[in-house]
Design a protein around this ligand. Structure first.
Ligand code: ADP
Ligand code: MG
Length: 730
């Protein structure tokens, strides 16, 4: 029996594995595996607790002796839950998370065995940096790196089987000071944004002392039976199918979206949601997505730093819990050709410590103007730095999705809705050199009544825009489903911080010249609207017409990762990241190099998997069928039947033979093209060669012939599970 038939049989016998979830209320388990401030209150001395709070709320440093008190409190709590080990948990540039477990258990000098967790071990550890990507930061690589405790993200306990580990969120830095992870730059960007936004907020409200970016991500994913996945080496190794004919029933009926969730998947969802609740991940919604076997979940938004950790944790939890249900979660942006891929919408806004959402239209003229200020500054930031924002979401896997007529195009534009378009036009035409105090009427635009209703309830939404205003937040939709949100969030927060700083400088200059504050603000807003107008687009982002129009407007349309990444290392990028203290030039160059290397490796692996599958699955199965046809034809000939009675077989034989030969030739040519690419020194040139000479040149061509063979060859001989089996078996 082939792996495929075995897998298909397995699925039909697979039963629902309902999770054993105690209690009905989510609040009963929520955060039970998190060292929250409430838990800290219980386990820490007054001094240790106050120091922890000061560090979380005000970024104050915790001194070593207090750290030891905190560490032993954490250990006492963790041990009460059966934890034996701890680890520093961080997000290196590989894109996954890293951990190295140590036990609390230790032997003292005199041989006594005790359990301990010292302050020093909480604050800092030294995992070997050399095995993580460092992008040519050679000195860094030799100097090694260390992980440093980030008190702003609470420690949590990961349960795997019966084993429990206390995870301490950390950042990962080189001894030479360069950051080697996704979190350290994000935290810097959050701080830059805080400073810039507080300055601007204070024009309107002196009470604001802190502004925090908020993030609510929406995670899309596919769920496929484990046995079927195991019978597809491409899914196992690349997370996507490199071959596969799109079945007669794809998503054209659109019957999956918001349809009822299959029972087996539902059991899985409840299980991973429950695990997520224990970890304090505030999941809120679950539903089917557009494609068959595709689903989505989303939490309540949180501070960006925590939201990023929670998303990474969730991806990990989902992957692990799926195993218990004999399912596999595919987080890849495009696991199946011909049906929708997956994204991770990043809903983003700014919250003040006075409880105001700065992107929610206000109720008074003053708060209206504050809203308009942050709204226009964000648009201006996206306009000025669209190329860097594009680079922040570039990856080999996202290339399959962006612009594939189901996802936002690679062209960055901003959608704001009819009403705000009118408001912007109004401001643009009415304010200006002739602006005087009588025109203060403009400040009284009645924003709050009209916008929320239109946008929040979906009536005025545009699903094709990569960056859309949705009533009280912006939604960055071009982020890929496998991505760590930290990178796009670092870029977005940095460019908005930068824009706000410039805004404040311009406003101050006008005030100094004698303008009234509100008038100065309106003038700069107007100037920003004029100068960033070309980024606004309300139409269909999927249409050919938009691609033409965008080109006319001079908006970049970089379709592939190797060239999109250029934007990370331009003079403009270096300047904005350095001035806002996010990345040094060396760090930027290193990251650029790492992203290019990741791209090359991904394409390389896919090309190899394609070659393997073609050689070991597709061609052998096709040759078997070719032989059967040959035998059949020669027997018919022996029986002296007139040829017109087996014309069909002859045509089949010819077609099968042609496709076999095409697959064979193209696979061999692709191997040669890879060899040429491998010999290129320069990483960027090499990535471009992998894109143009390997991927673009051969992937679709080989797939075309393989998918033809899939349609011709006897189903019994075909060894790889087909789309209709992967996607529709429940
Ligand atoms: P939809 O976009 O599907 O209509 P919602 O608007 O309710 O759904 O929210 C989508 C996501 O946006 C959720 O994760 C939600 O928490 C998040 N979100 C809502 N408000 C904010 C905000 N102020 N900042 C960041 N994210 C937010
Ligand atoms: Mg949404």
């Amino acid at each position: 029996m082939s792996l495929r038939t075995d897998a298909v049989n397995h699925v039909s016998h697979g039963n629902v594995n309902s999770p054993d979830i105690k209690g009905a209320k989510i609040t009963g388990v929520f955060g039970e595996n998190v060292f929250t401030l409430k838990t800290a209150r219980e386990y820490l001395s007054d001094e240790a607790y106050k120091s922890l709070v000061a560090s979380i709320k005000g970024g104050k440093k915790i001194d070593r002796t207090v750290a030891s008190q905190i560490a032993s409190g954490m250990r006492a709590w963790a041990e009460s839950k059966g934890v034996t080990h701890y680890t520093h948990w961080f997000q290196p540039l590989t894109g996954t998370t890293a951990e190295k477990h140590d036990s609390f258990f230790t032997l003292k000098g005199d041989g006594t065995a005790i359990e301990e967790f010292e302050g020093a071990a909480l604050i800092q550890q030294e995992p070997d940096a050399s095995s993580f990507p460092n992008g040519g930061l050679r000195a860094t690589f030799e100097a090694r790196g260390y992980s440093a405790w980030d008190p702003s993200s609470p420690p949590f306990i990961i349960e795997i089987g019966n084993g429990k580990t206390l995870c301490i969120p950390t950042i990962f830095i080189a001894y030479t000071g360069e950051s080697l992870d996704y979190k350290a730059p994000l935290m810097k960007a959050v701080e830059s944004l805080n400073k810039a936004a507080v300055t601007v907020c204070n024009y309107f409200d002196k009470n604001v002392t802190k502004v925090t970016p908020t993030l609510g991500w929406e995670q899309e994913y596919f769920v496929i039976d484990e046995a079927l996945v195991n019978a597809r080496p491409d899914l196992v190794q690349c997370g996507r199918t490199v071959f596969g004919f799109t079945p007669a029933k794809g998503q054209q009926l659109e019957d999956h979206y918001f349809g009822s969730i299959p029972e087996r998947v539902y059991a899985f969802m409840r299980d991973f949601e429950n695990e997520s609740y224990k970890l304090g991940i505030p999941l809120r919604t679950r539903h089917n997505e557009v494609a068959p076997a595709q689903f989505e979940c989303a939490p309540i938004f949180e501070e960006v730093n925590i939201a990023v950790d929670h998303n990474i944790l969730l991806m990990d939890v989902m992957t692990r819990v799926a195993k218990r249900h004999r399912l596999v979660v595919l987080l890849h942006e495009k696991p199946f050709a011909g049906i929708n891929g997956s994204g991770k919408h990043n809903n983003w806004s700014l919250a003040t410590d006075t409880g105001v959402n700065l992107l929610a239209p206000g109720k008074t003229p003053k708060t209206n103007l504050m809203f308009l200020t942050f709204f226009v500054n964000t648009i201006k930031a996206v306009h000025d730095y669209a190329d860097i924002l594009r680079a922040s979401i570039a990856s080999a896997s996202n290339d399959f999705r962006l612009g594939a007529n189901e996802a936002p195009p690679a062209i960055i534009s901003v959608f704001v809705g009819d009403y705000l378009t009118k408001v912007l036009n109004d401001v643009e035409t009415r304010v200006g050199s002739k602006f005087d105090e009588q025109d203060e009427a403009i400040l009284k635009i009645d924003l709050h009544r009209s916008i929320p209703e239109l946008l929040i309830d979906n009536t005025d939404r545009n699903r094709t825009s990569p960056f859309a205003f949705t009533g009280n937040k912006f939604e960055f939709r071009a982020v890929g489903s496998t991505a760590n949100c930290a990178l796009p969030m670092t870029v977005l927060n940095t460019i908005v911080a930068d824009t706000l700083n410039k805004f404040a400088a311009e406003v101050d200059a006008l005030i100094e010249k004698g303008d009234k504050k509100e008038i100065a603000i309106m003038q700069v807003i107007q100037k920003y609207i004029v100068s960033s107008k070309k980024i606004l687009f309300e139409g269909d982002g999927y249409s050919e017409a938009w691609h033409k129009e965008a080109e006319k407007r001079g908006l970049p349309n970089l379709k592939t990762t190797p060239v999109a990444l250029d934007a990370m290392v331009t003079e403009k990028a270096k300047k904005v990241f350095l001035e806002n203290r996010i990345y040094t030039h060396a760090e930027l160059e290193a990251r650029h190099e790492i992203e290019l290397e990741k791209y090359i490796k991904k394409v390389q692996i896919e090309a190899r998997v394609m070659g393997d599958l073609a050689t070991n699955h597709i061609i052998p199965a096709s040759i078997k069928y070719q032989n059967e046809l040959l035998k059949n034809v020669s027997l018919l000939r022996e029986a002296s039947l007139p040829e017109k009675l087996y014309k069909g077989q002859l045509t089949l034989l010819k077609d099968v033979s042609t496709h076999i030969q095409e697959v064979y030739d193209n696979v061999h040519e692709m191997v040669e093209a890879r060899k040429v690419a491998n010999n290129i020194e320069n990483t960027r040139e090499k990535a471009i060669a992998y894109e143009a000479k390997v991927k673009a040149q051969y992937f679709d061509k080989i797939r075309y012939h393989v998918d033809k063979l899939e349609q011709l060859v006897d189903d019994e001989l075909w060894t790889l599970p087909k789309y209709r089996e992967l996607l529709f078996l429940r």
